[in-house]
Design a binder for this molecule. Structure first.
Ligand SMILES: Nc1ncnc2c1ncn2[C@@H]1O[C@H](COP(=O)(O)OP(=O)(O)OP(=O)(O)O)[C@@H](O)[C@H]1O
Length: 208
């Protein structure tokens, strides 16, 4: 991922000015910084969900977003999740598997739900889950399908300490199997447990 001299604002209010960032394949990087500094905005730009006012973003050598190829390689949890009315937690897993060419019977959906402590909620609809359980489901679905890059906005949010530790270990495993992770967060301990390089957004401004 290559971000060069990125400037982004909302209306006439600049948020990020002259930001540059490199994320090498197979690395885990965690963006940190105070509320409102622009972490989510940067993640939205690298996910192709927000246009920059100036500068360039390249992901796997191309502009992000806009093609099925991009979305086959990239999982982004920057946008709040939406759930399909009437589909259970397990059925959301089946949908994700089918959309990504996996046989749901072989993809280990129940194992994935179990890993995230959701085995007892497989037949529940996501709307009925607690906020932490919904976050677990977001991450379970993100890791169920094949991908090369995870863009995760505060993956540790609303998770209890055991779940944080489990997710950090899963992100380490993801990297060990060749994946790349760019995330934002406020928990340096979680980031370190995930093997992340911690980068403050303020330090990216004006860096080549
Ligand atoms: N849709 C929007 N319209 C107008 N301003 C916005 C919008 N989204 C974000 N902003 C502003 O842009 C700035 C950066 O927001 P952003 O969400 O990127 O920060 P953040 O570093 O991720 O914050 P946090 O740590 O609270 O999640 C904030 O000042 C915010 O108010």
């Amino acid at each position: 991922m290559e971000v060069d001299d990125l400037t982004v604002g909302y209306g006439s209010t600049p948020v990020l000015t002259g930001v540059s960032l490199r994320v090498a394949r197979g690395s885990v990087v965690c963006l940190t910084g105070e509320n409102g500094i622009g972490k989510s905005t940067l993640l939205r730009c690298v996910s192709g969900l927000q246009r920059a006012d100036a500068g360039t973003v390249r992901v796997f050598g191309r502009s992000p977003g806009g093609t099925p190829q991009f979305w086959r390689a990239v999982v982004s949890t920057v946008e709040p999740p939406s759930w399909y009315p009437g589909l259970t937690t397990r059925e959301h897993g089946e949908l994700v598997c089918r959309a990504h060419g996996l046989d749901p019977d072989d993809a280990g959906i129940d194992e994935a739900l179990d890993r995230f402590g959701l085995a007892g909620h497989a037949d529940a609809i996501p709307a009925s889950l607690s906020s932490g359980q919904k976050q677990r489901l977001v991450l379970a679905l993100a890791l169920l399908r094949p991908s090369s890059l995870l863009v995760l906005d505060e993956p540790e949010q609303r998770l209890d300490p055991d779940a944080r530790a489990a997710v950090a270990a899963m992100l380490r495993d993801y990297r060990e199997t060749g994946g790349t992770v760019l995330m934002a967060g406020h928990d340096d301990g979680f980031a370190r447990a995930a093997g992340a390089e911690i980068v403050t957004v303020a330090a990216l401004i004006g860096t080549p």
